[in-house]
Design a protein around this ligand. Sequence first.
Ligand SMILES: [Zn+2]
Length: 333
Amino acid sequence: MVRALVLAALLPAAATATIAHASGGQETAVPAAAAPAPTGERGKTTHKTGTQASTRFCRALARKLRTVSYSGCRALSLAPVGARSVQGRPLMIRRLDPTGPSHGRILFIGGIHGDEWAAVSLTYLWLHALLRHPDQLHHQWLFVPVANPDGLLRRPSRRTNAHGVDLNRNFPSPDWRQLAHSWWTRYKRRNPRYYPGPAPASEPETRYLVQLIHDWQPDVIISLHAPYNLLDYDGPEHAVPQKLGRLRLRQLGTYPGSLGRYAGEYLKIPVLTIELRSAARMPGKREIAAMQADLDRWIARTLHPPLAKAVGHPHKNDKMNPTTLTAERSEAP
Ligand SMILES: [Zn+2]
């Protein structure tokens, strides 16, 4: 709940613009030349390389999304993981560990679909909120804020990756070879937005997420999308949440190759899919706070509630800059 209030404080009350810079995603505000130079990052080559990757990534993101500032993105200390997108963009992550014992692992994935700007923006807001209060962390979090950077940074942005593959139909569910293409034909009339790819996990972005799930073994996966205005859940029966703010649970079922079918149904990991109301406008700050509070409750309930209050130490060295993201209200004018 405290985190929810902190999050609300991050949101400027008067901001009303849409998220992306112009409809085609042109570079308008926040040019690279105006961005501050990275500071205080010296030392090993790997660290330097990571810093350079973060610098480039944040510049590109700040040009694309109004809600993400360059300095705010840099403050997140995103790190490249070694994997790259089809067009060679490094996939970035941020891991957060509690100061006390961990009560579980939460993988947070934003931007699998490149044209769902609000999903990426909200992922950033939540990451910022968590970073501001490390003493409130009870779980290990791993954020992949932009799982499909090529789709997001394309002009205009698009759902699929640079190969034209819907990454959320490309996960290697056991039925992929039998059903992915027939479902695409039958239910989507071969709409290219939902193309599952030539083979399961054919795409580097998908392969990275699959590897991450395999190696890191998350207890819960949260995936942000838009604009279906609902909450979806796939996985073990006991963990079903009923709502997140105004989003209500409406289980749509899964598709061959979707994250829900692969991780939720096949691997039995709870997968919560948050479908925001709009792809281009953020929810209001009260709504975001309500969603956060419900999310906190669900996580506590799903991941060992009796232990949830046992940790937490004051952390005085909060180096994260709180004045970073500029989010917008969702209400259309
Ligand atoms: Zn989506």
